[in-house]
Design a protein around this ligand. Sequence first.
Ligand SMILES: NC(=O)C1=CN([C@@H]2O[C@H](COP(=O)(O)OP(=O)(O)OC[C@H]3O[C@@H](n4cnc5c(N)ncnc54)[C@H](O)[C@@H]3O)[C@@H](O)[C@H]2O)C=CC1
Ligand SMILES: O=C(O)[C@@H]1CCC=N1
Length: 269
Amino acid sequence: MTSRIAFVGGGNMARAIIGGLIDSGWPAQAITVIEPHAPTAAALERDFAIAVQSQGDATLAEAACVVWAVKPQVLKEVALALRPLLGASLHLSIAAGVTTPSLQGWLASARIVRAMPNTPALIRKGMTGLFAAPSVSEADRQLAQRIAQAVGQVQWVEQEALLDAVTAISGSGPAYVFYFLEAMQQAGESLGLTRAQAYRLAVATFEGAAALAAASDEPPEVLRQRVTSKGGTTFAATSAMDACDLQAHFMAAIQASSTRAAEMAREFG
Ligand SMILES: NC(=O)C1=CN([C@@H]2O[C@H](COP(=O)(O)OP(=O)(O)OC[C@H]3O[C@@H](n4cnc5c(N)ncnc54)[C@H](O)[C@@H]3O)[C@@H](O)[C@H]2O)C=CC1
Ligand SMILES: O=C(O)[C@@H]1CCC=N1
């Protein structure tokens, strides 16, 4: 019998992970969700044939793993309310910025792994950062990793603070890519392409460049130099970027995401 996984919160990220688990062969009858928002609950039941409850019950204690997938600002309240129903499960929290000491206190358990996935998990192309306190067993780490790998790649970090960096790079990162896609689409339109043509060109360029980087042993600056002919078009573009210090601004933006993750730990955890 496959281990039972109980999700607390059945929103966007939970849906992505549930879809990945089912695609990777996890039996639907071994997945349950607590989700109070009726339309969200009905959609999960319909799409995945899984059991969805509006609130927790005694079966929560039977879960091998409870995945905490509610917003960080409500996690404490939800955890404390469900605590009397919890058994000896592994707890996997995907909430941004909520630390393991806080979770240990709220859940009265040391079996806690934190995960920071991202939205490409929806199409099994996710990247999930994972952190476990040193006392967490190898079996618990493996179960957490198995769940995360159902939606893509994983990267363990050895210090909890590094999850803030993971959040800033890959957790929030899809939004940066979409931000650049928006700019490339608008620029293409202003240069005379249709919106659809510009978008297709931009998306294919991100796809191709990311696949090239993943397949290459060379660092990104070398890959960039290969595109850049002296005195040519790419040089004109990257010179304009350098002139307004775009790279430094972009790095400051990523720092802001990391700083916010640390702030959220103080606010919500
Ligand atoms: N969206 C993203 O790109 C990422 C989000 N995260 C984290 O994932 C978590 C969930 O985020 P999303 O799925 O985007 O949010 P969401 O808002 O789509 O999902 C949260 C769900 O929790 C449900 N909920 C509210 N109160 C509840 C309760 N008492 N019991 C059970 N469920 C309850 C809501 O109805 C909602 O469906 C957050 O903590 C966020 O920090 C982590 C990585 C990436
Ligand atoms: O914006 C957020 O707080 C969440 C965490 C990473 C992506 N979305």
